[in-house]
Design a protein around this ligand. Sequence first.
Ligand code: MN
Length: 253
Amino acid sequence: MTTLLISDLHLHPGAPEITEGFLHWLDEHARGCDALYILGDFFEAWIGDDLLDLVDHDPTGNAALAARIAAALKRLADSGAAIYLMHGNRDFLLGERFAKEAGATLLPDPSVIMLDNERVLLMHGDSLCTRDEAYQAFRAQARHPLWQEQILSMPIQERIALARQLREQSGEANSNKAEDIMDVTPGEVVKVMAEHGVTTLIHGHTHRPTVHELEVEGQPAKRYVLGDWQPEQGWEIVIEEGGEPRLQAFSLS
Ligand code: MN
């Protein structure tokens, strides 16, 4: 029984090394795993599953990339792996159509899964960054079904422009934010772990890969943070039957 977890690949046509590295990782490394969890920000941006209609006429290359990734995931799913996709703050509009083409199941954030009879909490991680109040206000709006419905009813070219604008705004806003508000709030982590009755949490989002030891209701606990993928390096967590989660970086070249 092997479970793999990855996050924050931020796939986009401008980073072909990451796309190729991921496809290679899927074929060479993930093949034979029992489950693969992708914990958000898999794509740098996602404007709606109808992007898949544009495969042959999208000069940006986003549609072709999405179709290629879906097909590769589907091959892994067809070989017997269960694939789960959680939304991140970049790709929260990823929907059932993409999931179906990829042979994957959309996983709510947060989700508790059972691994070796132990409850493990999975999150993207952005909801833990409660000190970034401006972002949390946007998140509350953007996760609302009515807001999403309104956005998805816009013509696709307008959505592409909106996504670009949101990314630029987020880049500008983040460059003005203190380092600590971009990270998780320690008290929020403990609270959320206690609420879910877990001593293991795995998330991404912050791009600060490490394993934190902490205490939750008097019990020793661990918070595993996945890293973001770069053109030369990827990050994964591997959990083998009976073993502890193993956070590791690997070369993509
Ligand atoms: Mn994120």
